[in-house]
Write a protein that binds this ligand. Sequence first.
Ligand SMILES: [Zn+2]
Length: 152
Amino acid sequence: MKTTSRSVQRARRGAVLSDHACPECGTPMKERRGKLRLPVNGEEITVPEATHLICPRCHEVLLRSDDARRLRRGALEIYRAKYGLLSADDIRSIRERLDLTQAELAHLLRLGGNTISRWESARNVQTASMDMLLRMIRDLPGSLDYLRKHAA
Ligand SMILES: [Zn+2]
């Protein structure tokens, strides 16, 4: 029988909730919104309204995959705002203006191969010092040649 995607989604969500017994003590967990901390670039970032499950008996905290994704997105947003960082789109447009691939820019900045792609898709965020380097490449003529000269 055919079901709409909405009814499937609702059924699944219900099943997920009732399945969540506490892994520590077996008590059914409750959904709550509150402060959770997540490290971003080595710094603990507090997300004020993070949805999660909590055990009413032993206070164990559990993140469903959506909770974890939202927590990560929230923490990256807070980190980006705190340091006034370039956005994912800003980074992409700097790179495209210089006519570099993601791999070429990563190589020039001595970063891992997937780093630029993770910044441009907002799955991760650059450190404040990398942000400054990106601004220098954007604003200082000759800086790209300098990096090329010193690239390994
Ligand atoms: Zn428990």
